[in-house]
Design a protein. Structure first.
Length: 299
């Protein structure tokens, strides 16, 4: 097989091409048509113009799982801390207004519901009750036209605590009160042990350190004596049968369980103790004898 030198057509061996009388000019070279090119449709660059996305935008589009894990762990830790705080302070456990001591609240109507037609007349912060550094309660005494109410609220090492006692005012016959000084033997023993430890340590050493320990021992002795002498308070409100119906502090039969061993609560005077002792008997007698006129007298 060969090709014509004039037109470039393929001819067989010995065959003469049909273009014999053609021009002597050389046949045009065989060209391979170029492959079709893909043409894109013209786009409206004004309508579809997009601005390049900055790198930080791309990073924000995909949320970080590491950050979510940290947020979850932080929320769990906060919840645990809140639970432990409520456990040791008593907040959120039967408390009123979020304060286990119920400070600034009236017993009626803030802590308990009033009776029909009940009018609060006077309330006193009458006692501070405690047994150790782990227990503290604040006692309030309230007189209404229908009841005499004592309520102590606070916390122990185990959580929230309150004691509530009330009695009809028509049945109240009188009360007795006593203030005295006593020794807190627990404070005395702990402070005495610290004082002896510092004193013997300072005597056995020479130089400035020994002198410092002796001075600390003397300071500890003074603080121990001061903290061990406590004012004690006892108020017993009695009914017409001479029975004690409201007792401050709690009687030995009314104990708070701290650890396996029950411990009786002690009472110290509070800011309104003296005023309560002066006025309580008069308020009760006026309400019993004068009714609403006695209430208005003390409002």
């Amino acid at each position: 097989m060969k090709f014509c030198k004039k037109c470039g057509n393929q001819i067989a061996d010995g065959q003469i091409c049909a273009c014999v009388g053609g021009s002597a000019s050389p046949a045009p070279a065989r060209t391979i048509p170029p492959a079709p090119t893909r043409t894109s449709m013209p786009t409206n660059t004004t309508a579809r113009t997009t601005s390049p996305v900055p790198p930080h935008t791309v990073a924000q589009a995909a949320p970080s799982t590491h950050g979510s894990h940290l947020q979850g762990a932080s929320a769990s830790a906060s919840q645990l801390a809140s639970t432990m705080k409520n456990r040791f302070t008593g907040a959120g456990d039967l408390d009123v207004g979020g304060d286990p001591f119920e400070r600034g609240l009236q017993i009626v109507p803030d802590c308990i519901a009033p009776n029909e037609g009940e009018i609060p007349v006077k309330q006193y912060s009458i006692a501070t009750l405690s047994k150790s550094i782990f227990t503290k309660f604040e006692g309030k005494l309230q007189v209404t036209n229908q009841r005499v109410i004592f309520r102590a609220s606070g916390r122990t090492i185990l959580g929230r605590f309150y004691n509530h006692s009330e009695f009809a005012i028509d049945e109240i016959a009188g009360f007795d009160a006593m203030r005295d000084k006593t020794l807190n033997w627990l404070n005395l023993m702990v402070g005495g042990a610290i004082t002896l430890f510092l004193g013997f340590g300072g005597v056995g050493m020479d130089g400035g350190l020994g002198a410092l320990l002796v001075i600390l021992a003397l300071v500890s002795l003074v603080v121990t004596i001061y903290k061990s002498i406590r004012s004690c308070l006892s108020i017993n409100i009695k009914n017409k049968g001479a029975q004690e119906v409201i007792c401050i502090p709690l009687k030995p039969t009314e104990k708070i369980v701290l650890m396996p061993m029950p411990m009786t609560v002690e009472a110290e005077p509070a800011v309104d103790t003296e005023m309560a002792i002066r006025e309580l008997g008069a308020i009760v007698n006026d309400i019993q004898k004068l009714g609403d006129h006695g209430v208005n007298k003390w409002l």
